[in-house]
Structures are given as C-alpha cells and as structure tokens.
Design a protein around this ligand. Sequence first.
Ligand SMILES: [Zn+2]
Ligand SMILES: [Zn+2]
Length: 683
Amino acid sequence: MSDGARHFLIFSLAFAGSACAQQATREPPPSDEPDPAPRLVLPDESRFKASPADGGGWATIEPSVVDVSSRVTMRCTYTVGEAGIAVGGGVRLSISKFWGWAPPQTSDATATGYTTVTCSKAGVELEVRDLPRDGFVFAVVKGPEALSPGDRLTFIYGDTGGGRNPQAAGFSDRYAERGERFFIKVDGDGDGFFTPLAKQAVFEVRATQARHLIVFAPSQALVGEAFEVTIAAVDRAFNLVESYRSEDLHLVATGGADVDAPARATIRPDDRGAVRIPVTVRAPGIIRLRVEDGSGEGVAGGVSNPVLVETGGKRTFHLAWGDLQIHTNASDGSGSAEDVYRYARDVARLDVAAVTDHDHWGYQPLDDDAPVWKAQLDLNRRLYRPGRFVTFPGYEWTNWTHGHRHVLFSREEEAVIFSVADAGSDHPLELWERLGERDCVTISHHCGGGPIPTFWKYWNARYEPVVEMASVHGVSEMLGHPRCIYSPVEFGMAQAALARGHRLGLIGSGDTHDGHPGLGSPGQRAGLAGIWTKALTREAVLEALRARRVYATTGCRGILRFFMPSPDGVPGGRSAAMGSVVALSGHNPVRRFTVSVVADAAPVRSITIVKNNDPVVTFACGGFVESVDWVDDAPGRHGDYYYARVVQEDGEWMWSSPIWVEMPERSGGPSGAALEGGSAPDR
Ligand SMILES: [Zn+2]
Ligand SMILES: [Zn+2]
C-alpha cells in the first residue's frame, strides 16, 4: 500500500453523484422483431386434478441432525393419511440433486445410497423404482390391497443392512442448513399426479469443522469514529460453523496503521460462529484488518476488504454492498431464509440483501405456498434495520421465454407474486403492467446466457434501472469475456441492451443457491453490487439503483468511482457520477472522465474505458490504488455512453455503470446539466 498516499486525496475528493434523480420513462422503440421461442415448456399441470387423497399423510425423519459431507443412514417414515392410497397410487421421495447428496438408488445393496422401502401392512406389494438422476425413489402400491389410513412406508436411505454393507451408506450434502428435507409427494388415487405433503419432515445439516476466519469491514470510515469488523468461522465449503469458539483472536491493521481495537477478541458459544468487533482508526488512509486465531486449532486467519478512512464530517454517499438475488430452500436453494439473511449480514457483512425465491420453480413453488411467502414477508420486515441492514421482499419471475427477472418491493404490503404460471403475467409487458404503481424494481439476471438469456426487445425504464451482469453463472457483459457466462448469446449481453439504447446501470449479485450470499463457495464466487447510496434505507437504496449510482463486481470489494469532473467546464464545478446522463454544449465538447479504484485483495492490473461498447483506452496499472483521467476528443454523438472496466491481478473484475452524454443539437438544455442521475459535490 505504498502507493496509498499518492492517490488517496484524488480518490477521496473526486467522487460525486446525483441529486434527486429525474427518472424519465423511456420505452424502447417499436419493433417488429419476433418474440423468441420458449427455451423450456413447463408441464401443463392443469391437466391434472389433485384428488383429496393426493398429498395426504405426514412424515418423520431420523436422525434430526447430520454433519455436512458425511456418510449417513436416514430413516424416513411416511404415515398414510385419512383418504388412504389406492392401488396404482404411491409415494415419491426426492433427495436434492444439487449439493452433493449421493443419489438414492434401489438396485445395488452394496453401493452408495442404497435405499429400501418397506410397508407396515401385510398384503400390500410395492413396486420400488428409482430415478437417481433426479434423486427420486418411487414406492407404488401394486395391490392386491390398498393402503389404509395409518399404514406406514419406511424409506431407508443408505441402508447398510444393519451395518453389513457400510459402503451402502448415503452421503450428505456439503452445505449446512436447517430445514433440509427429503421431499415427499403423494399420489393417493393413482392418476400419476403427485402432490407434496402439507408439511414436510425436516432435519439439519450441520457444519462442524472451522477452517477459515472470514473478515469484513465497511468500505469507508471516518478518523476517530468506531466501526465494526465482522469475524466469522467457516468450514471448507464456507458454511458458518456455529459451534466454533475461540478465546484468542488477534486483530491487527495491515501496514502498521494506527488503530484502536481490542488486543484479543473472543467468539463465545452464544455468538453462533460470528462476532462484530469495534475498531477506531486514528489517521486517514487505506487499511485492511487481519484476524488470526491464536488457539492453535488450525483455523486460517483472514484479511478484510480495504477500508478508506477519511477525515472530516458528513459524507454524501456511502458505499453499501448488496446481494439482490438470493435463493433459499423455499425454492431450489439451500438454507432457510432466516439463516441466509443472517449469513448475509453477519458472515458476508452485506448492507443490503434480498431473498428472491422462484415464483414457479423448485420443489414447492412459492406462488403456490402462501404460508411460506407470508413468512418471508414477515422476516423481511423483522430484519430490516434502517441504518444497519436493508432487506427487500421479492421473488424471481422465472420466465423461460424472455429471461428471468427478480422483483424487489420497498414495502411488504405491496409485495405480490405475479407469477409466470399465470397467463396474465407471463410476458414482461404484463408483469410491468401488473406491478403498476407499486414502489418496486425488476432486474434481469444471467442475461447473456445460461440458464436462459434475456430478450432485450422488452425493457421498461420505469421499473428496470439496472442489470445483474455478474453472478455465480458468470459474466454477461459481452461475448468472449474471460469469465463469460455459460451458453453465451450475443443478443442477451448487457452490451446488447446498452446498444439498443436501454439506459441500464450495471450490478453484480449472487444468484447463490448455496446459502452463502455475498461470498459464494470456494471456486464459485458470486457477484456483488456496489451501491453509492445516501443512506442505508430501502428508499435510499432504490434511489441509488434508479440513479444507476451502482457498480458490478465478480465478488471482490474494491472501491470504484467513475465520473466526469466538471462536465460544464467550470473548474471545481459539479461532477457527474456513474449512471448520469449529461447534456453537453458547444461544438465537440470536452468529455473528460476519471476512474478511481482501491483494489481489494490484489493490485489493479488494468483500467479500461469502454465507449459505446468499444474499449477505447486501457491503462496498465499495478498498484492497489489507482486513478486515471482520459479525455475523449473524437467527435461526439448524441447518446454516446462510457463505462469503466477494471480487472485486478487475481482475475476479479469491476464495472461502473455507464455515463451517457447528450449532444447540443438534441439536448437543448444548459451545458453540463445532468438530465438524469444528476450531480452534486461530495461534500
Ligand atoms: Zn434466474
Ligand atoms: Zn435466481
């Protein structure tokens, strides 16, 4: 950090962002482009009619707790409900196919995951079948008798025959979670249509062995003002280890910065694996905090993200970190919504988080589960702490034709699931129409490729200010990016949307399904949103999104600013932040841009300014703190847009939101006026 002081002043004074955003509603030009063909046609469930016998009964499962990634034998007992199960009907047990559970199989009593099913009633023959690819085991009643209320089917996953075949044990998943289940569906009348039990039996998958300390700090602090550093113990898959305790944590600032912090910290049993430690820094600069476990238990220490420590009073903009797209075990993810939010807040130290489960996808569709949706709304309300932690109620509109969009609401009272399974809201235009006057945003994600790209013919400036272009799925900036999303297509990329004239800010988020928002898993980093917000409230964060005062990262927490200093040509005048739309005057007006970066875990390799999707200039760097200026002296065109692309030496990326310029012949406004996004000095 020897170069820290050199660029520090430039960095700390340079950022300027928006005054109140004047959000124009700008519809895309009419187009006769045909709509795409669906990539996936969901089964038409209306053909089936659940009989009263479907989904009847209840289940228990033992043991109630298993360790992550361990050999297990699980006994799941299903008791038949009031309506019985007819001959030809049956029960389907499914084990998640995603997180490392060994698939259940019913054919080889000496191989992993051997699963048996027995019936408590004499005179009932079962046909037991498996579908390991989907994690399914079926037990179908062959007769001659039907199953009566109170009869039991016992599924044993990992049946070792009482220990005779230890290799037949199952294998548990690598992600810790409460509320794990072997999901049971019942076809009571034998029409082939299975309905889930009203209440599934759940158990816990528990992390046991801490391997790393994860350390985060806020990206900004003031000299002399205490802030909190979070320390959490995680295992090798980044699960929080709630049983971890240490009396001997040592916290120091790297580079010998002058900080006031407890010499030793502890994690006690009540802390459930994560603590916050107050720290005060006595001089301006850029610091990182290192925490080591002195107990000799073999837990690797951790280093925080950089903290920019400044002197002086009030800041206009705070850098908040957000993951605006998180899945839980309410759809197809791992972990309960409550645990996932705790992880976001206390392990990954996010300021902003949104659980967005699928409307109609996963084991139990959210659009068909009012109690779970209500519980999520209540949880969002309860965990939202203005000034400390911002939650957004929301869901993912999982459209397999036009692409996925998640919807975030500012108020629980307005949050409604307009589902893709409803013919009245299965098109983006219908979704936006249904959202109506609600205070909400929609965000397209994994837009440039798998699992499905976004078809950018449809876009709505009012609802959709930003695009999530980095996530666990990869990067959707453009074809050929070194971390490009899988199954990439050019038409879906963020650059394709910008080229159509869609004024989108750029963010990253997780789309994590592993229960680790803000962090991801080893080898699978998730994206993050850097949000320059005026306050840590839902309203302010939405304002920052709508002003596009945001940037995308592949998971690193570098501090990025991109702006036009004094676009009106007045020295020391107001600058225009990332996301702004700037009106310029005169013949070929000067367009000057500044990029300032504090890198996270590795130095900045390069900074590129991208103009209208072309990389017009690249600066080779090498320091942790870098600042570059560039003037575009090529002839300007109305609607030109510029953004900054930064890559660190460790292959982590950051992208600012674009700045758009409007040229004199079209804008008509005063020179340098920010039409959207606005501008205001930082202090
Ligand atoms: Zn999606
Ligand atoms: Zn998703």
